[in-house]
Design a protein around this ligand. Structure first.
Ligand code: E4P
Length: 226
C-alpha cells in the first residue's frame, strides 16, 4: 500500500518524507488556501522537489477547455505532477483526453461506485473516494472502497484506488484490508499510526530495567569465563 500525505504544508511533507515511508502527496484548493499567501505553482514545484513520488495538484476550471489548459500548465511544472480532475461530465472527458496525451490524472470527489467505474473507463490513473466525508453524513465510506475494489477486480481496470478524506488510523487499516492501493492522510494521522500505549509502557520498562542492570553490573562486575 502506498502512503501519501494530504497537505500542501512543506514542513509536514518534509517530516513525513524523513520517516522514509512517503510515496507521494495530494493537495486540493482548500489545502492550498490553508497555507495562506503562497504561489500555487511554486508550492507544487517545492513539493515535487521534496518528495520522490506522485504529487496531485487540482484544476479549478469546470469546463473541458479550461481543465485542459490548467492541466497542461500543471503537468509542465514537474514530471511527478498528477493532475487532479473533478468527477463531473467535462472531467470525464478531460480524463480521456489527458490519458491520450500521457498526462497522469487523479479523479477526485468520488462518492459512488458508478462514478468510479466511469473514471476507470475514461483512463484515470487514480480514483479518489472520499471516505471520511461519506462517514460524516452517516453513510458507509469503507463500503464504497470495497465495492470499487470488487468492480475494478471484476474487469481488470488498472486505475489505482486512492482512499481519501481519511480521518483516523482505523480508516487506514480498513482501507488496507479492503485492498485500496493508496491511502492519503493528514500528517497527524500518519504519526498516529505509530501510537500504542503498550509500546510506550513496554519501552519505558525495558529502559528502566537496562539502567538497573548497568547499575548492578557496575557494583559487581560480571566474571568472565576463560
Ligand atoms: C483528497 O485528495 C482530498 O484532498 C482529501 O482527502 C479531502 O479530505 P477532507 O474530506 O478531509 O477535506
Amino acid at each position: 500500500m502506498k502512503f501519501f500525505v494530504d497537505t500542501a504544508n512543506l514542513e509536514d511533507i518534509r517530516e513525513a518524507n524523513d520517516m522514509g515511508v512517503l510515496d507521494g502527496v495530494t493537495t486540493n484548493p482548500s489545502l492550498v488556501k490553508a497555507e495562506g499567501n503562497v504561489d500555487f505553482h511554486e508550492r507544487v514545484l517545492e513539493i515535487c522537489q521534496t518528495v520522490d513520488g506522485d504529487v496531485s495538484a487540482e484544476v479549478t476550471a469546470t469546463e473541458f477547455d479550461g481543465m485542459m489548459e490548467e492541466a497542461h500548465t500543471l503537468a509542465q511544472i514537474h514530471d511527478n505532477v498528477v493532475v487532479k480532475i473533478p468527477l463531473i461530465k467535462d472531467g470525464i472527458k478531460a480524463l480521456r483526453a489527458l490519458d491520450e496525451e500521457g498526462i497522469k490524472t487523479n479523479c477526485t470527489l468520488c462518492f459512488s461506485p458508478t462514478q468510479a467505474l466511469l473514471a476507470a473507463k475514461a483512463g484515470g490513473d487514480y480514483i479518489s473516494p472520499f471516505i471520511g466525508r461519506i462517514d460524516d453524513i452517516s453513510s458507509d465510506g469503507m463500503g464504497l472502497i470495497e465495492e470499487i475494489v470488487q468492480i475494478y477486480d471484476n474487469y481488470g481496470f488498472e486505475t489505482e484506488i486512492l482512499a481519501a478524506s481519511i480521518r483516523h488510523p482505523t480508516h487506514v487499516k480498513r482501507a488496507a484490508l479492503a485492498g485500496a492501493d493508496v491511502a492519503t492522510m493528514p500528517f497527524s494521522v500518519l504519526t498516529n499510526l505509530l501510537e500504542h500505549p503498550l509500546t510506550d509502557r513496554g519501552l519505558e520498562r525495558f529502559l528502566a530495567d537496562w539502567e538497573d542492570y548497568k547499575e548492578a553490573r557496575d557494583e559487581a562486575p560480571a566474571t568472565t569465563t576463560a
